[in-house]
Ligand binder design. Sequence first.
Ligand code: S3P
Length: 439
Amino acid sequence: MNKMSGLKFKVQPGGRLQGTIRVPGDKSISHRSIMFGSLAEGTTEVSGFLQGDDSLATLNAFRQMGVEIEGPIDGKVTIHGVGMDGLTRPDAPLYLGNSGTSMRLLSGLLAGQKFDVTLAGDESLSGRPMGRVINPLGEMGAEIRSNSDGTAPLQISGGAELKGIDYEMPMASAQVKSSLLLAGLYADGDTCVTEPAPTRDHTERMLTGFGVEVKRDSNKVCLSGGGSLKATKVDVPADISSAAFFLVGASIADGSDLTLQHVGMNPTRIGVINILREMGANIEVLNERISGGEPVADLRVQSAPLHGIEIPVDQVPLAIDEFPVLFVAAACADGETTLTGAEELRVKESDRIQVMADGLTTLGVDARPTPDGVVIQGGNIGGGTVYSHHDHRISMSFAMAGLRATAPIEIEGCDNVNTSFPGFASLASGAGLHIEEEL
Ligand code: S3P
């Protein structure tokens, strides 16, 4: 796709964010609700489901494999589970759009089925590394063919006999961990994954909710093959990764006072709050409660002067999707912000280190990319045209930069905002961002 094509955001400078809003449902939990609900025995009721293109790609994939799914209507989905062996062969490749989570988790889940299946994606997904799941799944006995450089489309052969493995993950990736654990459900014996740093644990929590025994011993997680899943109810909280745009926006825009409702506060996801607080942000965590096995809270954020920091490396996996907007916070902070240990950002929906550094530079910010991070000098943000490279989180991050810009910002290639945050522009505009969409 041409980097100039599609939807644009035009953001006028200034504004402040106020009121009370609820951002859409958590993407990671939405994907897993469909996957586990489909494999379960019985009927799973989901509320708060993210009706974004990524989670809908997962939903459609399971429909193509014979699962009856009602909805989504206003975030409600009813899944008539078919049991561990009830999926049927789709009559066409499963097209997963932009969604890395769909492709990596389905690779594991489908490696142990009786039928052949092909997984395909858009241009961005077709360039992302899949060897990180194909290789360990191959050690388990899976037969998956990819392009020679380990990219999609992936052809998974049915009828493989899987055996459990004990895998030391070379990178901190919840998608890789989850892929192996899902294959492990179909494997002979135990499957264990050791992670180099804690990553989001929704798979472990939700499988437990569906009645599977998942054992954790510090950084190692194990499950046994041959079990079954029991249908349950899933309440999907608002996505902290979507809330992050507003946490930063309200922090940097003078006079802001915004409350975000029912935000998922899983400890493996709250790096963005920890980092922003260390930079001086004023974020209050209110009404903490547990909902459907996940901690949730309302977040009140008021504007505050931010200062640059060295981002603690242990927070990187806990804020991995929030760095594009954290770079905008750093551009508005007093002094220098340094990020290291974040080379994974280079293999997301775009190379988020390079793309953010390029866009910030266009806006007059001193942002220097490094192999595994960036160094940003806080200062003024000017106007100009920036390219999102069709990466949803880049588009929304530059939209928030408008709150502190001295001239209009135009963002090219914003169609993929719908992958994780349908309705972003109207929600943000209602809260006070001067944003317009243009085709
Ligand atoms: C996800 C894991 C993360 C994250 C992605 C969603 C998940 O990817 O970036 O948006 O749902 O498991 P990695 O596991 O590759 O870091």
